[in-house]
Design a binder for this molecule. Structure first.
Ligand SMILES: NC(=O)c1ccc[n+]([C@@H]2O[C@H](COP(=O)([O-])OP(=O)(O)OC[C@H]3O[C@@H](n4cnc5c(N)ncnc54)[C@H](OP(=O)(O)O)[C@@H]3O)[C@@H](O)[C@H]2O)c1
Length: 319
């Protein structure tokens, strides 16, 4: 019996490998629009797809990011300024893309731009902190997508949304997980809505990778800044030295879990853009596969007790 199960699993793996290994032809005809190409995944993906022969349109937030990408790419690459929180900037980018792609339409948009701070317990934050991050990670993504959707439909192309393992489980406070849960919901509704038009919608859910998003210095500065602005009564709730102890724990865990090999994410993004049969979801990173996703399927009381066990401890009891 066990042998039959192993044989079936092996057959299924070979079938899946064969199906997923087919890639699209005519890359030189296909335009791929990527947001957030100054640094991190976006920058690497833009350069990688450029090398593979695609016509990449790279949205950059800063002039510096745009210059660096231009220097590192072929003349197939088009760079443009893009602030996803500014609808005028999004519309201007779309007008330029429309002119570039012509009747062929846009093959793919990769919604990658995102920010990760402020991150903190929810009672340290203001609604403005939430709005700022939701504007970039969620509303900005929706704005970019809706803006290029007619061009994608024309090409019967793809929308690739960069969510996170933290769109499936929420082990820390603040707006990041809220925004990524929103990305997951947008992704899932869009996938269903666009299926009849032959447009595929794919989601990337990475674990921890070494980019600005997981930079210990940025996390520490963010934590100290938020602590310093707290009223004394909230500081008293957490106890003396809480921020130092909490940051030590968080930075140590981040360093333990963070993967240096960003190409694991880039290959998933490339597969979503170029495979004839892409996956609906990709979860690059060992922590995503073996920690966050399994935890997300457990009952809440199990997940909560495990997350609390490994969270920074609060010294002061309020009761
Ligand atoms: N690294 C991870 O562990 C991890 C895990 C899961 C998911 N993700 C997601 O992966 C995506 C890429 O992040 P990353 O890790 O590569 O970090 P990153 O290097 O910080 O990349 C994010 C990019 O978005 C740009 N950006 C920020 N605000 C923007 C705005 N308003 N308009 C347009 N672009 C803007 C940034 O520009 P500047 O650099 O100029 O600010 C940067 O180029 C994000 O959506 C992130 O949430 C990352």
């Amino acid at each position: 019996m066990l042998l039959y199960i192993v044989a079936l699993l092996a057959l299924w793996s070979v079938y899946r490998w064969f199906k997923e290994s087919k890639h699209l032809a005519n890359r030189g005809d296909k335009h791929v629009y990527i947001t957030g190409c100054d640094t991190g995944f976006g920058h690497l993906l833009a350069r990688h797809l450029d090398k593979r022969g695609f016509r990449v349109i790279a949205g950059c937030y800063t002039d510096k990011g745009e210059d660096e990408l231009k220097k590192a790419s072929s003349d197939r690459m088009t760079t443009l300024h893009l602030d996803v929180t500014d609808s005028a900037s999004v519309a201007q980018a779309t007008a330029l893309i429309d002119a570039l792609v012509g009747q062929k339409g846009l093959w793919a948009v990769v919604n990658n731009a995102g920010i990760s701070v402020p991150v903190a317990p929810s009672d340290w934050l203001t609604v403005e902190d939430y709005k700022r991050m939701l504007d970039v990670n969620l509303v900005g993504m929706i704005d970019v997508t809706l803006s290029v959707l007619p061009l994608i439909k024309k090409a019967r192309g793809r929308v690739v949304n960069v969510a996170s393992a933290f769109g499936r489980i929420c082990p820390f406070g603040g707006p990041y997980c809220v925004s990524k849960y929103g990305v997951e919901a947008f992704n899932d509704s869009l996938r269903l809505n666009l299926a009849p038009f032959g447009v595929k919608v794919l989601c990337i859910e990475p674990g921890f990778f070494r980019t600005n998003v997981t930079d210990p210095q940025i996390i520490e500065e963010n934590g100290k800044r938020l602590w310093d602005r707290l009223p004394q009564d909230v500081k008293d709730d957490y106890g003396e030295n809480y921020v130092e102890r909490a940051l030590q724990t968080i930075v140590a865990k981040c360093q333990l879990l963070t993967d240096d090999d960003l190409m694991k994410v880039i290959y998933c993004m490339e597969h979503a853009v170029t495979a004839v049969h892409p996956r609906t979801r990709y979860s690059p990173g060992w922590d995503a596969k073996f920690i966050w996703l399994p935890l997300s399927y457990m009952p809440s009381f199990v997940t909560d007790s495990l997350v609390l066990k490994f969270s920074p401890k609060i010294n002061v009891s309020m009761f």
